[in-house]
Design a protein. Sequence first.
Lengths: 129, 348
Amino acid sequence: MSSPKIWRQRIERYRLLGQKCKGCGKVYFPKRLVCPECGGRDFGEESMPETGKIVTYTTVYVGPKFMENDTPYVVAIIEFANGVRVTTQVVDVSPEEVSAGKEVKFVFRKLKDEGKTGVIVYGYKAQLV
Amino acid sequence: MVGIVGYGSYVPRYRIKVEDIANQWGRDPEVIKRGLMVNEKTVPGTDEDTITISVEAGRNALKRAGIDPRLIGSCYVGSESHPYAVKPSGTIVAEALGITPEVHVADFEFACKAGTEAMWVAYNEVKSGELQYALAIGTDTSQGAPGDALEYTASAGGTAYIFGKEKVVAEVVETFSYTSDTPDFWRREGAFYPRHAGRFTGEPAYFKHVYNAGVGILKKAKMKPEDFAYAVFHMPNGKFPQTIGKKLGFSKEQIEPGWVVPYMGNTYSGSSPTGLSATFDVSKPGDMVFIVSFGSGAGSDAFIFKVTERIDEVRNLAPKVREMLDNNKIYLDYGKYAKFREKIILNE
Ligand SMILES: [Zn+2]
C-alpha cells in the first residue's frame, strides 16, 4: 500500500467509519463509490459498532518485516452485527486463547512502523472482550 | 460553572512484577518492593504508544461526556514520550477522536506534569469563553534504563479530561502552580533513556514543589485538608505521595483511592491524572478533591475540584481505573519485557 493511499484512508481506519447506502440501506466498510446491491451512489457516513465476533482466524508464524518480532500473532475475520466483515490482528492474546465466535472490541493501535525513522501508521485492531 | 464534563483513562494489559526486575539484576525483591511500595507496573504492547493510549483514554472521556466531538475546540497531549520528535501526537489523536479539523492542537512537555499543565490551559480556554469544550490528556510510555532504579516503576497509561461549562462532573474550584529551575531529572534530545540526580530528586525537587503548591492552593482557597474527601499526588513510587500527603495534613484514607501506583507504577504525565480519575470513580456528589502533580525540571500544578451530582450518571459509562488494573492482566517475564520495550539491540 502506498503512503498517499494510507494517508487518504486514515479517517476510515482511525474511526472505523463506513457508509450506508441511502437507496437500499446496506452498510459498507471500507467505503465504496457504487452500491453493489442496488447500484446507488448516494451514501451516508455510518460508524461501525465497537464490538464484533470472530468468524475465523489464523496464526501467523512468519510475518512481514515490521511484525517479525511479534510472531506468532493472530489475524482474524471479524463480523459486526450489521453484517460488515473486516480482517485484522487480534492483540494482547496468545493463539490458544482465540476461537471462532468470541467477542472482540476494536482498539486503536500502531499498524506499521516504517523503520525507526519512518512514518508510523495507526488504525484499528481487535482485542478479546 | 466550569469544570470536567468527561474523564477517561486507559492502561495496557501487560504487566511485569517488580520482583522479576529485581531478580534479573541480583537485587533483593522484598527490599525493593518495600522501599518503593510498588508490586508491579504496566507495560505497553509493542503496538502501543503515547498516541494509541491517548486515543483510548480520549474515547473513554467522550463516552462519559456524551458530547459531539466536533464541539471540542482544543486538543492537548502532555507527555515525555511523544513517538515523534517533530510531528504532533495531538493531530493523530484529534483525528482519531473525530475532533478535527476546526481545533487548536499542541503537544505539551514538562516531564511528569505535562498532563496537568494541559488541563490548566484547557480549563482556562473554557473559562475565558473562547471555547465550548477543551480536551487535555496526560499519557506516557516511559522507559528506565536497564538496571536503573527507574526501571522498577516507569510504566504506561494515560487519562483524558474534557472541560466545559454544561453537564459538569467536577467543578474547578481553584488552581495554583509552583515552579523553579531544578535539574533533578532530564533526557537530552536524541538520548533513549533519561538521567536523574539520584537522591537529589527527593527534597529539593518533588517534596519542595508539591508541598509549596499544596500549601499555596489551600491558602488561596482558604481551605484545610479536613475539607477534602480525597487527595491525589504525583506517584513516582508508592512512598513519596504518602509522605507528602502526611506532611500536608492529609490522611491515608483520603489518599487511598487515587494511590494507584502499587499496581500501575509511575505513568509519568499520566500518573496524577490517572490517580484523579480513579478517585472520581469512587467520589460522591459534593466531595471536594485535591490534586497536586509534579514534573521534574521542576514544578507542580494544584487543582481543587468539587464533584457534582452528574458523577453518578457518568461513572459507569466507561471502564474504571481499578477495573482496568485488576482485570485481563498478562504477565511478562524480564526477557519478554526487554523485547517488548526494545531494550535488546537487534541487527537492522
Ligand atoms: Zn444500495
